[in-house]
Design a protein around this ligand. Sequence first.
Ligand code: G3I
Length: 371
Amino acid sequence: MRDYSGHWLAKHIDRRTFLLAAGAAIASARVSSADESGETSLRQRAEKKGLVFGTQVNAGPLFSLKPYQDAVLRDAAMIVPENEMKWRPTQPTARQANYFNAERIAKFAEDNTLLLRGHTAVWHQNPPAWTKDIISGDDGEKLVLKHARELIEHFRGRVMEWDVVNEAIAPEDGMPDNLRNWAPYNKGGIDFIADCFYAARQADPKAKLYYNDYSVYYQSQGLRRDAILVFLEKLKSKGAPIDGFGIQSHLIANAEFDEAIYRRFLSEVADLGLKIRATELDVSDVRLEPDIQIRDTIVAAHTKQYLDVLFDEPAVVGLVTWGMTDRFSWLHEGWPRRDRLRQRCLPLDDNFARKPMWYAIADALDHAPSR
Ligand code: G3I
């Protein structure tokens, strides 16, 4: 085994991260040779373990940039539209639905035998402008439910799994049941959210129904973990037809990750009888110094550490990355680095070449227990 102790990287990062990084580098070398033998894709590695690997896609590059489309088809067994199924693009005016881009993505999934995730029917952040007054008025809940029903019905039989409700928990808002301060939640509470799931089940009885949320991975996020567990328990006890919990997994390289805490959280979710999918994995490098090799190494190590814990939980059914290539990531605008360098947050670089993060995912899949 190669000796990394005098390696320049060791001087830049702490011992634990260094050891993880060294492991990822070794795995990367091993995977490269497997590559030539043809056993390459993340999709195949996941399938071997009874897991599903998928990625978010955006209709823009998907239908105009061949290397992007090729990258998706090479690695993904499942796709989820980044924005195209959200409320704002699908219903720009009260009377007019526009499923053009969502349809193109659904057809792309069908043509290429890919599983399709639906994202997302109910999300406080995405109602179109024309809904603003209605949502804060007496008919707000009715309108949100109508939208969820129509959207899911439109794609009936074609979407394998829906994020029915996204990001409803916000303990910082100080509202009952830790629900986000949003009119439909303020008025209807958890019963309203249960109604969203009932509507979704009616609209597409075969689709799996997920609640999707963020920031449950790190030590400092205990309040959100607790709030989400209590929320999921209440939803279940009300009989809401919920099948799974989508853990977004927008990670931050160098954030403090306590494996034991996260393992316990995952098993508590599983104890509720829910499946778990990591639905939006990317790893922000905002806290890291500019050097590309250091960033890539630490991002890969963090990915591997996180996924090893995730895949150990038998209720986990798969992983979706929030994009395949650094060329297109919400993080560039959503959370820019102070030095204005582009983030290196996804498995492939700007030119679609595999990065250490890709190999870290491959290695974690190879070591995942079989389902
Ligand atoms: O469509 C308009 C376009 O007409 C306009 O010219 C342009 C000008 O900025 O904006 C376009 O809308 C943008 C939209 O993405 C489509 O590109 C919005 O400004 C922008 O805010 C929006 O961001 C998306 C964000 O969700 C909000 O919907 C990101 O692409 C998308 O990656 C992000 O994804 C979310 C998940 O849905 C939920 N979890 C968190 C995740 C990251 O924020």
